[in-house]
Design a binder for this molecule. Structure first.
Ligand code: CO8
Length: 258
C-alpha cells in the first residue's frame, strides 16, 4: 500500500516505517497520524512481520505535531474532533514489538511518539524535547506522563517547563533511550536488534511486551502476579518445549509461534 507521508518496507520479517515529510522535519499532521495508525495495524496483522521499526530522517525523527495545522484551530475543533487521539492510541494496540530509531530532532509529539514505541535506539545526533510551553500549550500525546516515568519528576519538569532539548548522551544517562550509536550506524544497529527480536518466538515477545507495559499500569504485587501467570501460561506452548530442548541439546531453537 502506498502512503503519502510514510515509506513502508517489509523485509526479513521486519516492517520499516519511515516518517516522510522532509519539508516539515517530519512534523506530524492528521494525514501522517492516520496513515501511521493504518500502517501499524497492517504490520500487526501481517504474518510476514515479526518486529516493527519506526524511523525518520537524518535531520528529524519528528519535530512535533504540525504547528501550521494546529495554529488556527479552536477548542471546539480539537476537542470536538478529539484531535490525534484515536490514531495515536492505535499505536498502543499493536502487539508486536516496535523499536523507535531516532536521529536528529524528536520534539513534542515526536518525542511522545518515540516514547510510545517499546524502546528507543538513538543516533548520537538525536535531540529530545517537549517544547510545547513555547507555543502556549502542554504536551498532548502523553509527554507529561511518559517522560516523567522514564526520567523522573525533576528532569521531566525541567524539560517541560524550560522547553530545552536533551542530547543523546543525556537521554541515555537518564534512561529515555536504551542505547546510543554513531549516526552512520543507526539503521544497521536497529535492524540487527529487530532481526534478533524476529528470531524469537512471537508469542513470547508479545508476552514480554504485555508484561513490561503492565508495570506502568498497576502495583508491583499485581504486576508480578501478572508476569508469573504469563510465565506459567507459556508452558502450554510448543515454543517453550522447543526453547528449553534446544538449550539442553546445544542447538539453536526453531520457534514456530505455537
Ligand atoms: N510543525 C510544522 N512545521 C515545522 C515544525 C512543526 N512542528 N517543525 C519544523 N517545521 C518546519 C519549519 O516551519 C520549516 O518549514 P519552512 O521551511 O516551510 O519554513 C522547516 O520545518 C524547517 O524548520 P526550521 O527552518 O525551523 O529548521 P531549524 O533547523 O532552524 O530548526 C527546529 C529546527 C529547532 C526543530 C525548529 O524547526 C522547531 O523549533 N520546530 C518546532 C518544534 C516544536 O515546537 N515542536 C512541538 C510542536 S507541538 C506538539 O508537538 C504537541 C503534540 C501534541 C499533539 C496532541 C494531540 C492530542
Amino acid at each position: 500500500m502506498a502512503y503519502e507521508t510514510l515509506i513502508v518496507e517489509i523485509e526479513d520479517y521486519v516492517a520499516l516505517i519511515r516518517l516522510n515529510r522532509p519539508d516539515a522535519l517530519n512534523a506530524l499532521n492528521s494525514k501522517m497520524m492516520s496513515e501511521l495508525a493504518e500502517a501499524l495495524a497492517a504490520a500487526d496483522r501481517n504474518d510476514k512481520v515479526r518486529c516493527i521499526v519506526i524511523t525518520g530522517s537524518d535531520e528529524a525523527f519528528a519535530a512535533g505535531a504540525d504547528i501550521k495545522e494546529m495554529a488556527g484551530q479552536s477548542f471546539v475543533d480539537v476537542f470536538g474532533s478529539d484531535f490525534f487521539t484515536s490514531d495515536s492510541e492505535a499505536m498502543l494496540r499493536v502487539r508486536k514489538p516496535i523499536i523507535a530509531a531516532v536521529a536528529g530532532y524528536a520534539l513534542g509529539g515526536g518525542c511522545e511518539l518515540a516514547m510510545m514505541c517499546d524502546f528507543i535506539i538513538a543516533a548520537d545526533t538525536a535531540k529530545f524535547g517537549q517544547p510545547e510551553i513555547n507555543l502556549g500549550v502542554v504536551a498532548g500525546l502523553g509527554g507529561t506522563q511518559r517522560l516523567t516515568r522514564f526520567v523522573g519528576k525533576s528532569k521531566s519538569m525541567d524539560m517541560h517547563l524550560t522547553g530545552r532539548f536533551m542530547d543523546a548522551a543525556e537521554a541515555e544517562r537518564c534512561g529515555l533511550v536504551s542505547r546510543v550509536v554513531p549516526a552512520k550506524n543507526l539503521m544497521e544497529e536497529v535492524m540487527k536488534a529487530a532481526a534478533k527480536i524476529s528470531g524469537k518466538s512471537l508469542l513470547t515477545a508479545m508476552a514480554v511486551k504485555e508484561a513490561v507495559n503492565r508495570s506502568y499500569e498497576t502495583t508491583l504485587r499485581e504486576g508480578v502476579l501478572f508476569e508469573r501467570r504469563l510465565f506459567h501460561a507459556l508452558f502450554a506452548t510448543e515454543d517453550q518445549k522447543e526453547g528449553m530442548a534446544a538449550f539442553l541439546e546445544k542447538r539453536t531453537p526453531q520457534f514456530r509461534d505455537k
